[in-house]
Write a new protein. Structure first.
Length: 169
């Protein structure tokens, strides 16, 4: 059985819920660890088959210190000084044996606008020598603070199953 690590950044709790639903789907065929980005290792274990990374879309990309501060001013009660952008920047260069998949959460009104945290994370991961397993995926919230749109957690679990099936073990 392969192993997976799910690393997430969450400001309002919605991205964490999606990360845990993805982990549920992965868990059908892999051992899974779920970790908030601030507690995630900077040197993922070589025995991992898959790393899944996700965060909220802020200003059409990954969060940055200014957008995280803005979220806290708006009432976000989670998130630290560092996010997925910084975590990815500190990963060692590759090539790496692990596959990597990326996801994000974004407001439904932004569904058709360019840019997403998932696509930005995928570019950063490629830069560090990780191979992707699947297209990046977006999960939708009704408004900045949420809630998640109906059916998104079920869709996240199904996506977790699909990406686990694409990973050679």
């Amino acid at each position: 059985m392969g192993k997976a690590l799910v690393v997430y950044e969450s400001m309002w709790g919605n991205t964490e819920k999606v990360a845990r639903a993805i982990a549920d789907g992965l868990g059908d065929s892999m051992a899974v660890e779920v970790c908030e980005v601030g507690a995630a290792t900077q040197s993922p274990s070589s025995d991992l088959a898959l790393i899944v990374v996700g965060g909220p879309t802020h200003a059409f990309s990954l969060s940055r210190p200014s957008t995280r501060e803005d979220a806290r001013r708006r009432g976000a009660d989670r998130g630290g000084e560092s996010g997925v952008r910084e975590w990815l920047d500190r990963l060692p260069g590759g090539p790496h044996a692990q596959r990597l998949a990326t996801f994000d959460t974004r407001v439904t009104a932004m569904r058709h606008l360019p840019g997403s945290a998932a696509r930005s994370a995928a570019r950063a991961a490629r830069h560090h020598g990780y191979r992707r397993t699947d297209d990046s995926e977006s999960f939708y919230v009704a408004d900045v603070a949420g809630p998640l749109v109906d059916g998104e957690l079920e869709r996240a679990t199904a996506w977790g199953r699909r990406i686990a099936a694409a990973v050679p073990v």
